[in-house]
Design a protein around this ligand. Structure first.
Ligand SMILES: [Zn+2]
Length: 198
């Protein structure tokens, strides 16, 4: 099954999934937060490194800034590589406040979901359908270094999987059904911002 194959897939580059013809279009899409690293910056393709818990004290300002950037960009998630830091940390907010996961590990995944379409703050304007597990079990540290383990479902599970991919140098365009990839937004249509980006 495709889902099982995707789960076992190594997190290497998928050059074939980066259609050349998007590059020109992407440049034409305005995006107002220069603090977010944009595709095809190489940092987005690096496998991020684990964070020693002792480093977390010094990372609090970065975590705060990432939350602020995510909110100002109306995003639902933001991973450290997206602000140029190749470390295993991301923030997300699916309506319950900003959550921070450090050194997250996906322990289990099951089920399947295909909606809503995904977007990425690092690839402004592009949307596509990505098949994701609908239920996951994750372990991580919180921003204070305390271990946490929990299950997430549906949209939260989608966001976490998207952000976890960022820590492995994987982008949603690698998983998206190529036939569904499309550009939205010319800067004039408010509806284009309705679909959340991560
Ligand atoms: Zn993203």
């Amino acid at each position: 099954m495709p889902a099982a194959a995707a789960a076992a897939e190594p997190t290497t580059e998928h050059a074939a999934a980066e259609p050349q013809d998007f590059a020109e279009k992407l440049e034409a899409i305005p995006f107002d937060d220069s603090r977010v690293v944009k595709y095809p910056d190489p940092v987005l393709r690096q496998v991020a490194v684990e964070i020693a818990p002792a480093r977390l004290v010094g990372l609090q300002p970065l975590i705060d800034e990432m939350g602020e950037i995510m909110q100002s960009a109306h995003g639902v998630g933001l991973a450290a590589p997206q602000v140029g830091q190749s470390i295993r940390l991301f923030v997300y907010d699916v309506g319950d406040g900003i959550q921070t996961l450090v050194n997250p590990v996906l322990l289990k995944k099951k089920g399947e979901q295909i909606e809503p379409e995904e977007g990425c703050l690092s690839i402004p304007g592009l949307r596509g359908v990505v098949k994701r597990a609908s239920e996951i079990t994750v372990k991580a540290l919180d921003r204070t270094g305390r271990p946490t383990r929990f299950r997430a479902f549906d949209f939260e599970a989608r966001v976490i999987q998207h952000e976890l991919d960022h820590l492995n140098g994987v982008l949603f365009i690698d998983h998206a059904d190529p036939a569904t990839l499309h550009m939205v937004g010319d800067g004039d249509d408010e509806r284009d911002d309705a679909a959340p980006a991560e």
